[in-house]
Design a protein around this ligand. Structure first.
Ligand code: HEC
Length: 121
């Protein structure tokens, strides 16, 4: 019994440690995000976020235009899933293996300065 309690206690400790690590994530820093965006994303999505980057013309599936209603009406978490896991059957691969969680939040923060969330117009 005591052994089982110890197992449960250590499991709980791991879960708490995990949420502590998450709590370490700072709010998005769009300025850092801009540098990451220019480095990794602009060649497809364009510096303005309009999907017209220099590599876009070579792609069969065009890069998302963040200024479009289709993207602007998506919640942050939906865009975050696309950034971290990628978009199936498209040249948009996931970035989770290249960028930290914080980097991805920063880059999303920058995209939202180019194209603020707008569910209606
Ligand atoms: C090789 C070209 C390419 C690169 C580089 C690229 N993307 Fe994409 N991205 C795409 C394509 C193609 C799509 C899919 C568009 C669609 O679903 O119609 C996409 C989709 C997305 C979406 C989903 C948009 C939506 O409305 O659902 C987000 C968010 C996104 N990209 C962010 C990024 C970020 C951030 C980076 C850089 C870290 C990046 N992309 C780099 C090509 C690229």
């Amino acid at each position: 019994m005591a052994k089982r309690m110890a197992v449960i206690a250590s499991f709980v400790a791991v879960v708490f440690a995990g949420s502590w690590v998450l709590a370490e994530v700072r709010p998005a820093n769009p300025k850092k995000g801009q540098a990451l965006y220019e480095q990794h994303c602009a060649r497809c999505h364009g510096s303005a976020g309009d999907g017209l980057g220099p590599d876009a013309r070579d792609l069969i599936v065009p890069p998302a235009n963040f200024l479009s209603l289709r993207s602007r009406s998506k919640a942050d978490w939906e865009l975050m899933v696309a950034i971290s896991r990628g978009v199936l059957f498209s040249p948009m691969h996931g970035w989770a293996d290249r960028l930290s969680e914080q980097d991805m939040l920063d880059v999303l923060g920058y995209i939202r300065t180019l194209a603020p969330f707008n569910p209606v117009t």
